[in-house]
Write a protein that binds this ligand. Sequence first.
Ligand code: ADE
Length: 265
Amino acid sequence: MNFHILTLFPDMVMNGLETSIIGRAKAKGLLSIEAVNIRDYAFNKHHSVDDYPYGGGAGMLMQAEPVYLAYQAVEEKINTRRCENSAEQEEQPTGSMKREQKKLRVVYLSPQGDTFSQKMAEDLAKEEDLVLLCGHYEGIDERVLEEIVTDYVSIGDYVLTGGELPAMVMIDAISRLVPGVLHNDVSAEFESFQDNLLEYPQYSRPEVWHGKQVPPVLLSGHHKNIEAWRREQSILRTKERRPDLLEKAVLTKKEQEFLEKLSEE
Ligand code: ADE
């Protein structure tokens, strides 16, 4: 998967995505992340990227043209690569079909957007390319947003100084769903938010720490009992910490009864 970040602070995002799992996935070629500096497209007389808002008001706005030119450069690069790839595929003898080119998704990070969720991450992880547009100052001229943005996304109800941290949050959450990025493919599936339940508690060595014993069932080697215990713990934990999630949780009849019993207690 290829991420393209339009930003005034390319170092901030590139440095932040260099380490650990995401850094390794990049090195392995499973992900590519490029940051495009919008300032490099400030071809106007003053080489500026910001200006005062019409009608007055506090702060400066990012101007439409540098953002648009930076976007166009990315779009052109993606289209060229896609064309080359489909030309290569057409050269294959049989069974090759010209693929429909998917519309490029362009996310604008903004507190006004839809709140980012695991479901959204799963949806976006299916894209081959994703453009993330980071605003600064008081935002971006509305006209360019109307022309290029397909998705408005917020990472929560608070206001940050720019879209870079939200873009990094999104890239992290999406990347770990790309096949091969996590060592253990099952771990992306069986964790918090799978079936709308939180993850069960986990323990490692030693068996007793600060007088606290690891739940005996986990030492039993009885896989069915362990799995049943973990599901119950997930339900219990979700009820205690995020009861709102339970409305959409996928439970068996037995688990539903377990939940009802918990509510009676
Ligand atoms: N830009 C500033 N604040 C933001 C937020 N909460 N989510 C996404 N983008 C933002």
